[in-house]
Ligand binder design. Structure first.
Ligand code: ZN
Length: 87
C-alpha cells in the first residue's frame, strides 16, 4: 500500500498500543516505545538457561532455550497448569 494512503487511513483509524492504547508512531508495531522499554527483561542470555530448561523438562526435548521477557499468563483457571511464571 502506498505510504500516503496508509498515513491517511491512520489519521482516521490510528493503530493503538496494546499496552497503553496510545497512538503508535511510524516504526512501532503493537507496542509503543515506552511500553516496550518497560517490559521486564530476563537477561537469561547472560546467565545459565537452567530456569528455562526446567520449564520444558519432560515436556519437549530442547537443546537450548532462553526467554527475552518474563511472561505471566492472565485469566487462566486454577486448574490450568499451562501458565508459566518465572521468578
Ligand atoms: Zn504503550
Amino acid at each position: 500500500m502506498k505510504r500516503w494512503i496508509y498515513d491517511f487511513f491512520n489519521l482516521l483509524y490510528p493503530e493503538l498500543c496494546i499496552g497503553c492504547e496510545s497512538v503508535l508512531t511510524t516504526g512501532e508495531n503493537l507496542l509503543c516505545t515506552s511500553c516496550r522499554a518497560h517490559l521486564p527483561l530476563t537477561n537469561f542470555h547472560k546467565t545459565s538457561d537452567e530456569k528455562m530448561r526446567e520449564l520444558f523438562y519432560a515436556r519437549i526435548d530442547v537443546q537450548h532455550v532462553t526467554s527475552l521477557f518474563y511472561y505471566e499468563k492472565i485469566g487462566g483457571s486454577a486448574a490450568d497448569d499451562s501458565s508459566i511464571e518465572i521468578s
